[in-house]
Ligand binder design. Structure first.
Ligand code: FES
Length: 117
């Protein structure tokens, strides 16, 4: 089974938390469990991709590139004023660490994924 190596840091954590999880799922799933266990200071609320609470930034080997972001994620980010109207309507967005993402919408691909917030 393919693995995604997560390197997680944010919320004033003094050092990153690293773990390997199966690829193919959504980023929010392993994060939610870590938050519940008190190991990760990341705020999330709906877990459904609609509230925008799980805002993160990502770094991975495929950057820089272009990303096809789903309409639901684009709409939530635009509502939170994290994307402009032009970005909300774009077919593809520049995939860089500056691009805001919602952990509820990020599909884990094999490789190393740095997540910060
Ligand atoms: S927790 Fe609501 S969008 Fe992720």
């Amino acid at each position: 089974m393919d693995k995604t190596d997560l390197i997680l840091q944010g919320g004033g954590m003094p050092a990153p938390l690293q773990l390997s999880v199966p690829s193919g799922g959504l980023l929010i799933d392993p994060l939610r469990e870590l938050v519940r266990d008190g190991q990760l200071p990341l705020y999330w609320r709906c877990g459904q991709g609609t509230c925008g609470a799980c805002l993160v930034h990502l770094q991975h080997a495929g950057q820089p590139g272009l990303l096809s972001m789903g309409g639901k994620e684009r709409n939530v980010l635009a509502r939170k004023q994290m994307l402009t109207e032009a970005e909300r309507q774009a077919d593809r967005l520049p995939d860089t660490p500056a691009l805001p993402r919602l952990a509820c919408h990020v599909v884990l691909v094999p490789g190393v994924l740095k997540v910060h917030w």
